[in-house]
Design a protein around this ligand. Structure first.
Ligand SMILES: *[C@@H]1O[C@H](CO)[C@@H](O)[C@H](O)[C@H]1NC(C)=O
Length: 215
């Protein structure tokens, strides 16, 4: 009985470790070496004697992103690509700007849970749970409000205020990745065949071609 219990605990711990976002650190830091050519999960470490404050630094999140685009929003990332010192630490940030009625289109982060806080304006936000429920969990947020988007689930934000909106979001990966649903489905290279998409979306192929022409 006791050994079975122990086995279940070990299994639970193993599963937990296997499901954790980014691997945990085994040293003070492992600043990404952009010249490293060894293919590892993440980046190889720069010589710690050569590490400087700039490796842990990024300036620019005070600047509004340019929202003159069809979605009316702009994401400014601060992840391991901008801050090499984030390598192996499992976190990153973005600033998101929204023009009036702008959207951050439905997308997922394959490697991160996201926690978003509204700095200015009003946002309708939401995420959709997995099959078969596909339940929409949605809320209108005001300045100072915080909302969580669970890892992997499709989510969006919509500026429903009268002016610009600004949010800062933290993500549980140094490199969260993003899959914008419309682009992945209708803008893949090469195209997913129109026949497959027509069946999947239960529409005529001409509608699929129309969507594909936009991405
Ligand atoms: C914003 O982006 C638009 C579209 O790409 C461009 O025409 C415009 O010059 C940009 N504005 C600024 C201030 O960079």
């Amino acid at each position: 009985m006791a050994s079975r219990f122990l086995f279940l605990v070990c299994l639970a711990v193993t599963v937990f470790i296997a499901l954790a976002s980014d691997p945990s650190s085994l040293q003070d830091f492992c600043v990404a070496d952009p010249t490293g050519s060894v293919p590892v999960n993440g980046h190889v470490c720069k010589d710690s004697k050569l590490v400087v404050a700039e490796d842990f630094f990024f300036s620019g999140l005070h600047l509004a992103g340019n929202t003159s685009n069809p979605a009316g929003s702009k994401v400014t990332p601060a992840n391991v690509a901008q801050i090499p010192g984030l390598n192996t630490f499992g976190i990153s940030l973005v600033r998101i700007d929204y023009a009036p009625w702008g959207i951050n289109a439905p997308h997922t982060h394959p490697r991160a849970t996201e926690i978003l806080t509204v700095l200015e304006g009003s946002l309708q936000v939401g995420f959709v749970t997995s099959n078969p429920e596909n339940r929409l969990i949605s809320k209108v947020l005001q300045k100072g409000d915080v909302f969580v988007f669970p890892v992997g689930l499709p989510h969006f934000q919509h500026n429903v205020g009268t002016g610009n909106a600004v949010a800062i979001a933290a993500l549980s990966s140094q490199n969260p990745g993003a899959i914008t649903l419309a682009n992945a489905v209708f803008g893949s290279k090469p195209d997913i065949s129109a026949g497959v998409l027509a069946k999947a979306f239960q529409v005529d192929k001409s509608i699929v071609y129309n969507f594909q022409s936009k991405f």
